[in-house]
Design a protein around this ligand. Structure first.
Ligand SMILES: [Zn+2]
Length: 344
């Protein structure tokens, strides 16, 4: 059976509706779980997130979201499932990790590739663990992440393999490739925008994934448009993979949301012109609840909390419409493409 695997069970691709492919219900940098000031009340957060989601569902018909929170960033199966129950949103959780400079706890750095492959597979087929307790709440996709990591420090140094990947990152990407080949699920990726200034990190990820038997048509390359280079975007599309237009309304590594949106909108139209409409998805990368103590100075991460769920519909889609992007094309990108890519 072809299905999308949400935290509350499988759904038919035809029921996914408007889908955002990269969001975070809860976001916590590794270690925040030991900080008293980052503690939160489960019910309060579940209620707050539910209220925000229900508004997006009512105002804009959003029906499905992928929670891209990596295991070590506070991925919380019970909270994700509770929000899905209260809000009615279809939520797909992921299995996988952040780049090594930001995450990948030591336990996972020392495992063999097949051990990690089996972990990805069991998260999707049996259920995820949290705080040394197993659950029967299943993930529905795999996340991989490679590269620079700290956002403004320039590109990652070359790894031992001659790419932007560390040795551990490459192992996890290989494991993801093997799990994708076994299950047919989606692999959604984090690339670092800084790395595109040296080489194409999306291509590096595809090279490794495909060498392990993964299907590029089931891969979504994330963050490729933040420091966009049209030649690199076309190179990715030619490989048959999918591009995620994310950080809509979030000026990550850009002077303003306005300038990033405009650049991405122009690029989207060029990609459609080149025949790649079927390989595009749109999303924010929003943090619905960020677990951290009080902030003493502005952090770039705060931008991910500020964007409103209406922004894409009230600002970005009208911007695209002015450039000739049609309603039918919007439906492709927000409904048809994610349903096809996330199904397995
Ligand atoms: Zn993210």
């Amino acid at each position: 059976m072809i299905k999308l695997r949400t935290v509350l069970g499988d759904i038919s691709p035809g029921d996914a509706g408007v889908t955002l492919t990269h969001e975070h219900i809860l976001y916590a940098n590794p270690g925040a779980e030991f900080d008293r000031r980052a503690a939160f009340d489960f019910n309060t957060v579940a209620d707050e997130v539910t209220t925000t989601m229900q508004k997006g569902m009512k105002d804009h018909g959003i029906r499905t979201m992928v929670d891209m929170t990596a295991c070590e960033l506070g991925r919380h199966p019970d909270l994700i499932a509770e929000v899905a129950r209260r809000s009615g949103m279809n939520i797909i959780a992921i299995t996988g990790f952040f780049p090594e400079r930001l995450g990948i706890p030591y336990h996972w750095r020392v495992q063999g590739i097949d051990y990690v492959r089996d972990f990805f597979i069991s998260d999707i087929t049996q259920g995820m663990a949290f705080g040394f307790a197993s659950t029967d709440i299943k993930a529905g996709a795999i996340k991989i992440a490679t590269g620079s990591g700290d956002g403004h420090g320039g590109p990652a140094p070359d790894g031992p393999n001659g790419t932007h990947m560390t040795r551990t990152e490459e192992h996890l990407v290989r494991a993801a490739g093997r799990a994708q080949a076994a299950l047919g699920c989606c692999v959604n990726t984090h690339t670092d925008p800084q790395d595109y200034s040296v080489r194409n990190p999306g291509i590096e990820q595809l090279d490794v994934l495909e060498s392990e038997g993964a299907d590029p048509a089931k891969v979504i390359i994330g963050h490729a448009l933040v420091n966009l280079d049209m030649k690199q975007l076309l190179e990715l599309c030619e490989r048959g993979t999918n591009l995620q237009i994310d950080h809509i309304g979030i000026p990550w590594q850009n002077p303003s949301a306005e300038s990033l949106d405009e650049a991405m909108a122009v690029a989207v139209c060029e990609l459609v012109e080149a025949g790649y409409l079927d390989q595009l998805v749109f999303t924010y990368d929003r943090f619905f609840h960020h677990c951290r103590g009080p902030v003493t100075e502005e952090e770039p991460e705060m931008l991910n909390e500020g964007v409103d769920l209406s922004y894409m519909f009230d600002s970005f889609l009208p911007r695209l419409a002015k450039k000739g992007f049609t309603e039918a094309e919007v439906k492709k990108v927000l409904v048809d493409n994610p349903a096809r890519i996330l199904a397995f």
